[in-house]
Design a protein around this ligand. Structure first.
Ligand SMILES: *[C@@H]1O[C@H](CO)[C@@H](O)[C@H](O)[C@H]1NC(C)=O
Ligand SMILES: *[C@@H]1O[C@H](CO)[C@@H](O)[C@H](O)[C@H]1NC(C)=O
Length: 172
């Protein structure tokens, strides 16, 4: 499971954090794309290189400018094998889009590394590569199978712009 590129990462991460997690994306599902605002959205799981870690790549085309009038909720769900379903946990991140893009320290770096360094985001295509959630977490995650549900909503009307579900295995 632990591919070579992960070993230096693990050493550095575990030196600095008690909640150092390896998050392996298994598959990703794009749901509820609202065609009034989003022309298309796709997401895939790939390896970052031949022996690299599994990462998520996203390709989105937004038809409207996206600023702080859009909120992003990232909810972590736990897989319950007994009932074969995903159950919401209290672990929720809630952002206004530009706060996430410009200032957030957990998910923001993934966006900024992909060139999203300005906000509002203009109309057009955005591609995000090499997305990984492995690293130090602000909380403990007491289970090893779950999904991150990321929902974009228009704040004024609560209309959903889109939702991406990333099914993961979590290793400590
Ligand atoms: C993604 O990661 C791979 C391997 O680390 C690297 O070769 C590639 O250039 C990266 N792509 C981007 C867009 O950062
Ligand atoms: C959101 O706000 C931006 C300005 O930041 C504006 O251009 C855009 O039209 C707004 N989007 C919607 C869907 O209301």
């Amino acid at each position: 499971m632990f591919e070579r590129p992960l070993i230096p990462f693990l050493l550095v991460c575990s030196l600095y954090s008690v909640n150092c997690l390896i998050v392996v994306p298994e598959r990703v599902l794009v749901r509820d794309v609202n065609e009034n605002y989003i022309k298309y959205a796709t997401a895939t799981v790939r390896r970052s290189s031949k022996r690299g870690e599994y990462v998520v790549n996203v390709d989105i085309y937004n038809k409207v400018v996206i600023g702080n009038n859009v909120t992003v909720n990232i909810n972590l769900h736990e897989y319950n094998s007994k009932y074969n379903q995903y159950v919401r946990t209290p672990m929720v991140f809630h952002y206004k889009w530009c706060e996430l893009v410009l200032h957030d320290q957990w998910f923001g770096p993934l966006l900024r590394r992909n060139g999203l360094t300005k906000c509002p985001t203009p109309v057009g295509r955005t591609t995000l590569s090499n997305l990984t959630l492995s690293g130090s977490f602000p909380f403990q995650v007491p289970f090893n199978r779950g999904k991150f549900e990321t929902i974009w909503k228009l704040e004024s009307t609560n209309e959903v712009l889109g939702c991406i579900e990333t099914f993961v295995t979590i290793l400590k």
